[in-house]
Design a protein. Sequence first.
Length: 317
Amino acid sequence: MELNYQKSGQKPSFTNKSIPNNSSSQYLVGEKIRSLFPTSTIKKILLVNPPDVHAEKFSFDVAKRGRSTNYPPYGLMVIANFLSLVDVTPAIINLNHLVLKEIEKYDNKEFFDFDSIWQDKLKKSIQLNKPDMIAMSCMFTLGHKSLKMVCSYAKQFNIPIAIGGVHVTNDINRVLKDIPCVDFAFLGEAGLSLQTFVKFVREQEEADNLTQIAILEDDVIKLPSCSRFPEEEMLDMQPAFDLLPEISEYSRIGKIGSFYWTLESDEAISTVISNYGCRAACSFCSVRNFNGKGVRQRSVSSVVDELQYQNENFGIK
């Protein structure tokens, strides 16, 4: 699948020969959304980062040594601020981090119940936040089974479930068919798409303006024929760090990047994105599928502001 990217004010095509792109698809997507939100109300969305792997692939010993990956859910943090602009209250739960953090309490893997831990954390978060929708992200194929298990567990709460991320975008046919409990998926960079989706639910937008939302209908993926990506000032959207105040402990509990061995044991590190996309077209990489062709750069000032914020609030140097 390839995103034909243009500026955010325009509507480029979203092409995939196996997916019908026409007005009937847009209508069906709109009807599906209407059926899920019959009161035209959406005020709260819970953003979920599942564990990086499922229980069978998880290594207690590796995690206990602090060598399991533990990246901040940067994309979800950016999405959260896009949602705030349309008067949605976002919340984020990073199940991967919470599982790794919980392992500090255990000396013996015999007593460590991986699935029970993330299930308990997710259940409490849903009960606390009372979301109108649950949205989950998955970056790598390795996390597919974990995503599937978290979606299946969340379905019992009778709340609409959406998914997105690089893995979902890159393999939308298999993902939606393999996880039937999912109601719909957002493809590519979904900040603007989510804003339009929220307005559509509230009857403030027409179905013709829906972008990058895929559903499974009669075993066929239906998808609107256009996409919109952030540009200019919207590209400078900062992550919602206030929703994850424990960022400074991520690199202590797990690892971020490949050079953790160069750091002092108590030194905190984190991530920042300065541009989106890539000018290359490597056959093994899905960056262009997710971000579109070319490179879009954030302003220098916005990146510096983000670095300064992380330094002043989390002690990240």
